[in-house]
Design a protein around this ligand. Structure first.
Ligand code: CA
Length: 220
């Protein structure tokens, strides 16, 4: 899942970025409303974590534009404004959830996971396909009840494939979801992670569609 944080407070923005980065999300950070709008027009995100009081442009106007453009990105608003009217206006403007500052980062993670489940349409905390299970909370992967040890990148890649089991992903899409702006990418890195996952899970799990990309192969 690729996330854009829009937050002008350095301490809050940096702590969210580090926290979610450790949870294996791919995270970018914009500190200004105008920059954020331009970024959202050029890059596809799964979730925006949006502060309302921003330099350049207010968060509500950004949210209104996201919805007017029919951008399907999920929006979690984080703000110090905690009047009931503010919460209602924010949700009515198209936010998917709302968190009042100061908040606990564990609660932020739980809300991000809940939004991710809603986006996948599973509603379930653990992703299960056949006898393959992935738990986004504990970061455990198991196959037929046996724990499979995966690296953080492998976990993220597998989660992307498991969230959309009938969708093929191109190398570019996977790179986009796995790496943020600041990371240099080796051109074979996706192939490397795919083959490593195949070794650990069994090659039948990830199907290579020539010229298209990779897809998780549903097992009966
Ligand atoms: Ca602010």
């Amino acid at each position: 899942m690729r996330i854009l944080i829009v937050e002008d407070d350095d301490m809050i923005g940096d702590s969210i970025r580090q926290w979610l980065g450790r949870e294996s999300y791919t995270v970018d950070w914009a500190t200004d409303g105008v920059d954020a709008a331009a970024t959202l027009r050029g890059t596809t995100y799964d979730l925006v974590i949006l502060d309302l009081g921003l330099p350049g442009r207010d968060g509500i106007s950004l949210l209104t534009e996201i919805r007017r453009d029919e951008n399907p990105v999920m929006v979690l608003v984080i703000t110090a404004r905690d009047q009931m009217e503010d919460r209602i206006n924010t949700l009515d403007a198209g936010a998917d959830d709302y968190l009042v500052k100061p908040f606990n980062l564990n609660e932020l993670s739980a809300r991000v996971r809940a939004l991710s489940r809603r986006r996948c349409g599973t509603g379930k905390p653990v992703l299960e396909i056949g006898n393959l299970c992935l738990n986004p909370v504990t970061h455990d992967v198991s196959l037929a009840g046996k724990r499979v040890h995966v690296t953080l990148r492998e976990f993220t890649l597998l989660r992307i494939l498991m969230e959309h089991p009938s969708k093929p992903f191109s190398r570019e899409e996977l790179q986009h979801r796995l790496y943020n702006w600041d990371e240099a990418i080796n051109s074979n890195v996706i192939e490397h992670y795919i083959s490593s996952l195949r070794r650990k899970l069994g090659s039948e799990w990830i199907h290579n569609m020539r010229g298209v990309g990779w897809m998780l192969h549903r097992q009966a």
